[in-house]
Design a protein. Structure first.
Length: 555
């Protein structure tokens, strides 16, 4: 077994079961998403935990879709969930499974509960049932239908299954304890009538099990050893255990951990769906969304997300993680794998007046200084370049180590230049062109000039520059807890500057061959990736993350 001091509390409980021989040395977990939306970063934490436990202890993990609510479910979500899990680097055991695979068995389980006097059919409306539940300080009232005979309950439940009653007319409830201090145990609903086309079973069923009934029984059918779920299900655990014990089925153990709460976003699929439907974002995979597909499109790597989930750990109490922690993990990984390239986002033209006219030479630049195996490539250099507008100041302060009148800088992998003049637009006062001279004996790697330059600028040769569109992303919300204001709609806190466009930036010619999924560091600007909206006519690059945490200054 592992060193107990290095284990999280879930691993400690698993090892206790292994040491006791509770499951004959088996560890079999499952990831059970409801296919009613795309997975988000909170699900990534659960995926890493469930699949990580199985991997650590030589076990297996099932992917099982909790498809018991046909109104909200769709095969689009099923496909996206499978793609996200595989992209994160995990493989489930065998074929994916579905709660709907067990509808017949779950129905038989419900029949057994009725036969044993532990469930009954209730004709009360949803409002009446809610009123009979009582309050946290006042016991509930028994339903007038609670003492129906077993025979009548069996007949009515079969009638529900056969479609003899309208939606909402009857429900099947567990006969538990209407005085329980845990209100979830006050005769919870197990089945409801719902006529809706199911994405897998079609119109075969008009009754569907509630999550509390389908969840534990599906775990037992699959002989799951450890059902790891988030803290909101802690109060459901007594019902989970009671149903397993009442049915005499495989005794899966439920263990709860704290869900992931991340600043400046939210982990509610229902609210994320609102953003999609209301067109506040372009879709579930909008790079501003906290969905796995959105993060993938933005350029986050699978390794970065896995490392983030590992870094924040597994807790027993809810907490809020700083968004900067996620971005740190992204920078840390991309710094190791991203190719360094030249990209100028706010270009101003720079002319080297003493450079041979129409001459183009090639200079070598390292692909990634963090990876000695990445090698070098050649990029074109000429007498007309683009540099960043912010890298020149007409009247620079003393500690400005970039370009200004009579100041010298080095051009990355190129030569040292000195500014000799500049032109301005008389109407806007904006710099339109910068003139410089260069020192032929100052080329990087062969500098014999003896000239010192404190600053180094990136650049792109004008003639060979490739025009691209840049999309800059910021936090989706301006408030760190947009869902934490009960008197305000969370959409009031949408950040109006969460997406900005640079219609024309310039990059080096190598990026014409960029592929989806590649990672690039635009030198001195940040990390970027090619967007799926790109075409042969227009390349689009998404900003993945800056080189530094700009929000640390904003507080």
């Amino acid at each position: 077994m592992s060193n107990k001091e290095s284990l999280n509390f879930v691993e400690i409980e698993v090892e206790k079961d292994l040491e006791a021989g509770t499951y004959a040395g088996r560890v079999h977990t499952r990831f059970p998403p409801e296919p009613n939306g795309y997975l988000h970063i909170g699900h990534a934490k659960s995926i890493c935990l469930n699949f990580g436990l199985a991997k650590k202890y030589g076990g297996k993990t099932n992917l099982r879709f909790d498809d018991t609510n046909p109104v909200t479910e769709d095969t689009e979500y099923v496909d996206s969930i499978k793609a996200d899990i595989k992209w994160l680097g995990f493989e489930w055991e065998g074929q994916e499974l579905y709660a709907s695979d067990y509808f017949e068995q779950l129905y038989e389980f419900a029949v057994k509960l009725i036969q044993d006097g532990k469930a009954y059919v209730d004709d009360s409306s949803a409002e009446e049932i809610a009123k009979m539940k009582g309050t946290p300080t006042q016991a509930g009232l028994n339903s007038p239908f609670r003492e129906r005979t077993i025979e009548e309950n069996l007949r009515l439940f079969e009638g529900m299954k056969n479609g003899e009653y309208p939606d909402g007319a009857r429900v099947l409830r567990a006969k538990y304890d209407m005085a329980s201090p845990n209100m979830l145990l006050r005769d919870p609903n197990l089945y409801r009538i719902k006529r809706a086309h199911h994405h897998r079973t079609g119109d075969k069923w008009c009754i569907y099990p509630l999550y509390d009934f389908a969840h534990g029984q599906s775990d037992a059918i699959e002989k799951i050893t450890h059902s790891v779920c988030t803290l909101e299900f802690k109060n459901h655990r007594p019902l989970y255990d009671w149903l397993i014990e009442s049915l005499g089925i495989y005794p899966t153990r439920q263990i709860e951990f704290a869900r992931l709460n991340l600043e400046y976003t939210m982990m509610s699929k229902r609210k994320l769906l609102q953003l999609v439907n209301d067109k506040h974002v372009s879709g579930w995979d909008d790079p501003r969304m906290p969905t796995i597909s959105g993060m993938r499109r933005r350029g986050y790597s699978a390794a970065a997300i896995r490392n983030f989930c590992d870094r924040i750990g597994i807790a027993k109490r809810d907490n809020v993680i700083e968004y900067a922690s996620l971005e740190f993990s992204v920078r840390e990984d991309l710094n190791k794998v991203a190719t360094r390239v030249m990209g100028v986002l706010d270009p101003v033209k720079l002319v080297i007046t003493n450079y041979p006219k129409d001459q183009v030479e090639f200079v070598e630049i390292e692909n990634n200084p963090e990876d000695p195996e990445s090698g070098v490539r050649s990029i074109p250099f000429s007498g007309e370049l683009y540099i960043e507008r912010e890298d020149f100041m007409e009247d620079p302060p003393k500690k400005f180590f970039r370009l200004g009148p009579e100041r010298s800088v080095r051009l990355k992998s190129g030569y040292i230049i000195t500014c000799t003049g500049f032109d301005k637009d008389p109407d806007t006062d904006a710099i339109t062109e910068i003139r410089c001279t260069y020192y032929p004996d100052s080329k990087s790697g062969a500098d014999t000039s003896g000239i010192k330059a404190k600053g180094t600028l990136h650049w792109v040769s004008v003639k060979e520059a490739v025009p691209v569109e840049i999309r800059l992303y910021d936090r989706l919300f301006s408030d760190p807890n947009p869902a934490g204001h009960p008197d305000q709609d969370f959409r009031e806190f949408l950040n109006p500057d969460s997406l900005r466009y640079i219609p024309t930036a310039y990059v080096e010619p190598a990026l014409k061959e960029a592929k989806l999924g590649q990672h690039f560091q635009f030198i001195r600007k940040g990390y970027y990736c090619l967007d799926q909206d790109s075409s042969s006519e227009k390349l689009v690059f998404n900003q993945t993350v800056g080189l530094k945490d700009s929000w640390a200054k904003k507080g």
